[in-house]
Design a protein around this ligand. Structure first.
Ligand code: IVH
Length: 683
């Protein structure tokens, strides 16, 4: 048998494996087999026979080596073949005019610049996704991640109904074998409303907007859960992974080809020839966007002539051939009917406006946040006023102004409560900020409940089934007071609650058990330390090995960490300075909750074999941190300075003195392209 024959057998085996994996997925996950068991067995046996004959060609991931389907416990980090960039934002028509001017100036060839056009698409407010197809089969789905690495969410992506698992391959399209499709995953507004209705019936926390709901759904460990969320996908880019000149199709042609392959593209795009046409398109969709069954937060204006994209190039953040325009938030007027005061988990008392219901940005709004008393005074907001509301980033409505011309004569200023609306304890105002607090930190029922709600939340300990209705029952029946008490609950306690079945009680117990193994960052966030959001919690967790080290950190220690300012550092010190908090943490530890940093192993392969690298100057495709991450993930070591122990120096634009030093020491110097080739990385 010749080498080419063997290569053909290998291709055949690969195609069979892809087909088998596809049908296993349809059978085990989608519960929707596309072929009969008999037909499946035929494929399986064909592969098995080939493997018997050619054992040297058995792939380690062959379906014959793994039975059925096992969901992976974690998402693998995988490098993108070309970076997934973001877009520059235009906030006015002048910015768009400027973007067009820059393109014209860069091209500087009258023959070309006369015929430029701009494909203007709606910007879908979802999550970008990269899909890889080999021989027409969907083989990989990656999130954007940090743009250089994405998370491998292939199994979840395969549950999205309008993503083709096998491409239509029209005769004429002459498609390469390896293609990549990029686009946006979103949750249709109808699916979002349905999901929130279901969550509300279970007393669980609602998703703030379809985008958050899509993100939560896409990152489920079990694809069966993603399947239930009814996500959808719009494709907007098509790359040829076999060819070197990838951008050979104009953007309008790419959309056309994507549709031929079986993808849905957002249908309202328009080929514009000048700024005026772009402006008209923009004005039209600014008001009409709320009629669509998906959220769009702006436009993306792409130079249609894709053959010029490479020439125009990109910064490390965004391409020069496309720009985004964000729609300004929609505003509406309505009547402020009353104001209620809510007590949060840290005791802060927040005024909430109850409004005459009004439709804003596609949904009915009845309540809005008033932030704090200072804002009420500043805007002189009174009950009965006609107020202007808007959704900040189209998420939470806020009152942004008062229409004084419509003020009623008998309107009265809003008074702040002097006693806590929940426990009647005195209210104080902190000197350092504008907030009012309930002072009864340990016993105020509202504070307790809010702390518990925060602790079990999705981004915190992610304990499913413990919605606010159940938590408030647990608190009122004195079964739970602090967050540590949750881990003392038993199944009987839970099953004794009104309208709680044995099955639900079991699920909650399982979820509590699972949460004991969460990483440190989520626990830090879950504690609800003032000013410590999830990002800060992640920063803290990456600096300290465990909760004990964090609790002992000095103010100076904390402030020396990039991203931790003096206010946060002070709040963290204050939190760990309270004996009650330390007791809760001790209790959590005794109850088996993990307080340690579980280091993630993000090694992708060992191509770089412990070789040491130093970087000088600027790279076009990566920031310094990204390059360092790439090196470590491929088994290399990233160093700051040149010594004779260094193996490679990567020299970008404007290299510094390190270059000369490296050359003197005879160290191999790589340019950016050579570095990419070492990692098999494409632009
Ligand atoms: S093109 C080089 N087209 O907006 C990046 N992006 O702010 C090109 N998005 O990360 C992206 N709809 O997630 C493009 N029609 C569209 C889009 C779109 C939504 C998202 C995408 C991107 C973000 C940039």
């Amino acid at each position: 048998m010749t080498i080419t024959d063997l290569a053909q057998v290998k291709d055949k085996m690969k195609a069979l494996s892809q087909a088998i994996r596809h049908h296993q997925f349809c059978y085990y996950i989608l519960d929707n087999p596309e072929i009969s068991d008999f037909e499946f067995d035929v494929l399986f046996n064909e592969l098995k026979n080939l493997e018997l004959k050619y054992p040297q060609l058995i792939a380690t991931d062959s379906p014959t080596q793994n039975v059925g389907y096992t969901p992976s416990s974690d998402f693998k980090q995988v490098p993108h073949l070309r970076p997934m960039l973001s877009l520059d934002n235009a906030t006015s028509m002048a910015d768009i005019a400027n973007y067009i001017q820059k393109i014209l100036k860069n091209i500087d060839d009258p023959n070309l610049s006369h015929n430029l056009s701009y494909l203007t698409e709606l910007k879908i407010d979802g999550l970008s996704l990269s899909l890889r197809y080999e021989n027409g089969f969907l083989t990989q789905g990656l999130t954007r991640g940090n743009g250089v690495y994405g998370e491998d969410i292939t199994m979840n992506v395969k549950t999205i109904k309008n993503i083709p698992k096998i491409l239509n391959r029209p005769e004429k399209a002459n498609l390469p074998n390896n293609i990549e499709v990029r686009g946006e995953v979103y949750m249709p507004i109808s699916a979002f409303n349905k999901l929130n209705e279901e969550l509300s019936q279970k007393g669980e926390k609602l998703f703030a907007n379809p985008r958050n709901a899509s993100a939560g759904s896409l990152r489920q460990k079990d694809p069966k859960l993603t399947l239930k969320r009814n996500l959808a996908f719009f494709a907007y880019f098509l790359f040829d992974n076999d060819a070197t000149n990838e951008f050979s199709y104009n953007q309008d042609k790419q959309l056309e080809m994507l549709q031929q392959l079986g993808f849905d593209c957002e249908p309202n795009f328009k080929l514009c020839h000048n700024l005026n046409e772009i402006e008209n398109f923009c004005n039209h969709w600014q008001s009409q966007r709320f009629k669509l069954n998906y959220q769009t937060d702006g436009l993306v204006i792409k130079l249609n002539q894709a053959s010029l994209w490479n020439y125009l190039g990109s910064t490390s953040h965004s391409p020069r051939w496309a720009i985004a325009f964000k729609f300004p938030p929609e505003q509406k007027s309505t009547t402020l009917e009353s104001v209620t005061f809510e007590v949060g988990r840290t005791g802060v008392i927040t005024p909430v406006a109850n409004l005459k219901p009004v439709v804003l940005a596609g949904s009915t709004v009845k309540r809005a946040t008033l932030h704090n008393y200072d804002q009420i005074k500043r805007l002189d907001i009174r009950v009965g006023d006609t107020v202007v509301i808007e959704k900040a980033g189209d998420v939470i409505p806020a009152i942004v102004g008062v229409d004084l011309s419509k003020r009623l004569n008998d309107s009265t200023p809003i008074e702040y409560p002097i006693r806590c609306p929940s426990c009647q304890s005195p209210v104080v105002q902190n000197d350092s900020d504008v907030a009012y607090y309930c002072t009864n930190f340990n016993f105020c029922p509202s504070q307790k409940l809010r702390r518990l709600e925060h602790f079990v939340g999705r981004e915190a300990m992610n304990i499913e089934g413990l919605g606010s209705t159940i938590l408030s029952k647990l608190v009122s029946q004195n079964l739970v007071s602090s967050v540590a008490d949750l881990y003392k609950l038993n199944q009987e306690d839970l099953a004794s609650l009104e309208r709680m079945g044995v099955k639900s009680a079991q699920n909650i117990m399982a979820s509590l058990e699972k949460s004991k193994h969460n990483d440190l960052a989520h626990l830090i966030f879950a504690l609800g330390i003032r000013h410590v959001g999830l990002n800060t919690a992640k920063i803290l967790a990456s600096h300290y090995n465990n909760m004990a080290d964090l609790s002992k950190a000095s103010q100076e220690d904390l402030e020396s960490i990039e991203g931790i300012g003096p206010i946060m550092a002070k709040a963290i010190k204050e939190y760990f300075g309270l004996a009650d908090n330390l007791n809760i943490i001790n209790e959590l530890e005794k109850l088996g909750v993990n307080l340690n940093n579980l280091k993630q192993n993000s090694l992708i392969d060992n191509t770089l074999d412990n070789k040491t690298f130093v970087l000088t100057g600027q790279l076009k495709s990566f920031t310094r941190n990204q390059a360092a991450e790439l090196i470590t993930a491929h088994g290399g070591v990233f160093k700051d300075s040149i010594t004779n122990k260094i193996d490679y120096l990567i020299a970008g634009d404007k290299p510094g003195s390190k270059l000369l030093k490296a050359q003197k020491l005879g160290i191999i110097v790589l340019n950016e392209q050579e570095f990419k080739e070492l990692l098999d990385y494409k632009d």
